[in-house]
Design a protein around this ligand. Structure first.
Ligand code: BGC
Ligand code: BGC
Length: 662
């Protein structure tokens, strides 16, 4: 293996040892450092300071129950009381639909998750609390009473929960380029997630997508590693807050380590996963400068869990690659936290050989396995591997220590559940206001004639609006919203772009989804029309496509509206740049709204000039699909608009914006 080092070796624990702020993170850092150093641990006091410690400090309670003891001591004490079976259970992460609370407790399962769309029925905050609480309660009644870590993908707000505030997907936040805004969104997301009793989030995505055909492009902040690192770190700070033990602190999980954004398009696959979960096309240097690069910032911001990537690199699947999972991540970057696998990803390490896959992944460095369903099979394989000597017991202890350290560091032993009063914060006016602001800030103006925008709110002339994305909360929210792949329709509460236009404008407004306007006379025209068109919701796999353009149907909507109006505004609701084609000639203004989420009013704030337009592209906007591969920052080659491009409402380049002209 080439040992070229871009970052240089980081001394173990360096990123933990010198925290920039005197937060509780210090003791977590120490706890993890102690696991490795094993001596010289001047255990600063435990982070856990529950309101009621009386019960915990009785003299005969086991040591690990003592909330005032240092985390590392509590971990040692508990580990010494655990059987091998207890330990294997702690390394297991199961989807809630595959195991009951009772069985999970019986088998000593360490962690539970809700996958995309893994909501209770009914999908209410109360039902979520009950669901999560039932696993926690069952775990609490076992002899050791080890709490479960419950995880969820809250990647743009607590997006599985109906009624939660849905923020713009990261592609939009990348265009807004404001770490403070992202941190505030992280805080709001943490509050809404914690309100359902969940303290673990599989976010931020630190992918640095290099090919727009990837269906997870919108989950990323941009194509530039520095921007991704800066905003990813901000999200970590926001989610975790200043004190990991606070009930509103939600553990962040940078993902997917490493190279997920660099995979190549596979022409041999007919549909579905043609680029997602593929092979990262980067040599060691590029792997480091592009895909590893955002992680140190997230670690400095306090991230103590990381999720591995489905993708492969030079040595096969990342999940089985000790060089990436241990040598690079831990020995070189100094990460001391918990490494969790992705959904069923361990199974892919050695296809057809599950036992071998488990052995290789655990020995490579995976601590906690998102099985996520067949726990019997997993526990049998893991237990068998220890018995056979294929996995050393020390390796098991190391993994379990990391799981327990995270649980103690979060104060889960001392306060396994959050306060039900937090429910009031879900979808609150304050959070929706923040989301609306974020939407406005993320909008990018690609083209404008300087006269069409801003819309005049007092204009008595009728406005024509067309397009399926104009009045659809599901479409404007995109994938990972209520369901895994997302879907169109009134999937959750919010304000559509059309509703916000109606609210903001005094004059009459006529909406026709198809742009036919059958209710109008054939020759009836309007001064201004707005077509809201773009992509339909998708997530992993389904979003991989080499057809990055409006569908013929939606293009037809734009053409029809164009016939009816003097000036046409095209608003693109999309997870990535689309090849503009005919749009470029039909439109007088082109506005990119990305996937704004539930607060469509933010888009309208920009259209009416109530908020300034300030977004700048975080992805190069390509001329054609043919030149998409290996899109590079700062390059105008094959680009209509370069990375960093964006206009102000007056049609001039924004300050600091990039351009390919002149
Ligand atoms: C789950 C997702 C998961 C996916 C993996 C879906 O059924 O809902 O959370 O990421 O499977 O393939
Ligand atoms: C995705 C992860 C996600 C997990 C759980 C996987 O399919 O790749 O990003 O955290 O499912 O839903």
């Amino acid at each position: 293996m080439i040992s070229m080092m871009v970052f240089g070796p980081t001394p173990v624990g360096a990123s933990w040892g010198v925290p920039r702020r005197a937060t509780r993170r210090t003791s977590v850092a120490l706890a993890f450092a102690c696991l490795i150093v094993l001596s010289g641990c001047t255990g600063e006091s435990s982070p856990a300071e529950p309101e009621d410690t009386a019960a915990e400090s009785t003299a005969d309670a086991p040591g690990y129950r003592d909330a005032s003891a240092p985390v590392a001591e509590r971990v040692d004490d508990l580990l010494a009381r655990m059987t091998l079976e207890d330990k294997l259970g702690q390394m297991t992460l199961i989807e809630k639909g595959s195991i009951s609370p009772e069985t999970a407790a019986e088998r000593g399962i360490g962690a539970i998750l809700s996958g995309g769309g893994g909501s209770p029925s009914p999908n209410t905050a109360g039902a979520w609390r009950e669901m999560v609480g039932s696993y926690q309660a069952a775990a609490g009644e076992t002899p050791l009473g080890i709490p479960v870590l419950y995880g969820v993908d809250a990647i743009h707000g607590h997006n599985n929960l109906r009624g939660a505030t849905i923020f713009p997907h990261n592609v939009g936040l990348g265009a807004a380029r404001d770490p403070a805004l992202v941190e505030a969104i992280g805080r709001a997301t943490a509050l809404e997630t914690a309100a359902t009793d969940i303290r673990w989030n599989y976010a931020p995505v630190l992918a640095v997508p290099q090919d727009l055909r990837w269906g997870r492009t919108y989950e990323a902040f941009g194509e530039d590693p520095e921007l991704v690192g800066e905003l990813g770190a901000a999200l970590v700070r926001g989610l975790q807050g200043d004190d990991l033990t606070a009930e509103t602190s939600v553990l962040a999980t940078p993902k997917h380590w490493v190279g997920d954004g660099g995979t190549g398009w596979d022409t041999s696959i007919a549909s579905g996963y043609r680029i997602d979960q593929g092979v990262t096309l980067a040599g060691e240097e590029e792997l480091r400068t592009v895909h590893v690069a955002p992680y140190p910032a997230a670690f400095d911001a306090g991230a103590i869990t990381v999720m591995a990537s489905y993708s492969s690199w030079e040595n096969g699947k990342v999940h089985g690659d000790r060089y990436l999972l241990t040598d690079l991540l831990r020995d070189e970057l100094g990460f001391e936290g918990l490494l969790v696998s992705d959904w069923g990803a361990v199974d892919q390490v050695l296809p057809g050989d599950y036992y071998g896959s488990v052995v290789q992944s655990i020995n490579a460095g995976i601590d906690l396995v998102m099985v996520p369903t067949h726990y019997e099979l997993f526990l049998t394989a893991l237990g068998g591997a220890v018995e056979q000597g294929d996995i050393e017991e020390e390796r098991i202890d190391e993994a379990v220590r990391r799981v327990l350290t995270v649980k103690f560091a979060m104060g889960l032993f001392d306060r396994p559940s959050t306060s039900p009063e937090l429910i009031e914060l879900i979808g609150s006016d304050e959070h929706r206001q923040l989301a609306r602001q974020a939407v406005a800030r993320s909008v990018v103006l690609l083209e404008t004639d300087g006269a069409t925008l801003p819309l005049d709110a007092a204009d008595p002339e009728p406005l024509l609006v067309a397009g399926p994305a104009a009045n659809d909360i599901g479409i404007q929210s995109g994938g990972w919203t209520i369901s895994w792949q997302g879907g169109s329709g009134a999937t959750t509460q919010g304000t559509t772009i059309l509703e916000a236009l109606e609210e903001a404008l005094d004059g009459p407004l006529v909406y026709d989804r198809t742009g036919r306007f059958a209710s109008l006379a054939e020759d009836e025209r309007a001064p201004v029309g707005i077509a809201v068109v773009g992509e339909r919701p998708y997530a992993e796999g389904a979003g991989d496509t080499d057809r990055l353009a409006l569908s013929e149907q939606e293009l037809e909507v734009v053409r029809r509206l164009h016939q009816r109006v003097d000036r046409l505004v095209v608003v693109l609701v999309t997870g990535r740049p689309l090849v503009l084609g005919e749009i470029a000639t039909l439109a007088d203004a082109i506005v990119v709204a990305w996937l704004p989420g539930t607060e469509g009013a933010g888009v309208v704030d920009v259209l009416t000039g109530a908020e300034p337009v300030g977004g700048r592209l975080s992805f190069t906007w390509p001329e054609d699909v043919g030149v998409l591969d290996r899109v590079r920052s700062d390059a105008c080659d094959g680009a209509v608009y370069p990375y960093g491009y964006g206009l102000g409402i007056d049609g001039r380049l924004l300050p600091g914006a990039a351009s390919c002209e002149g």
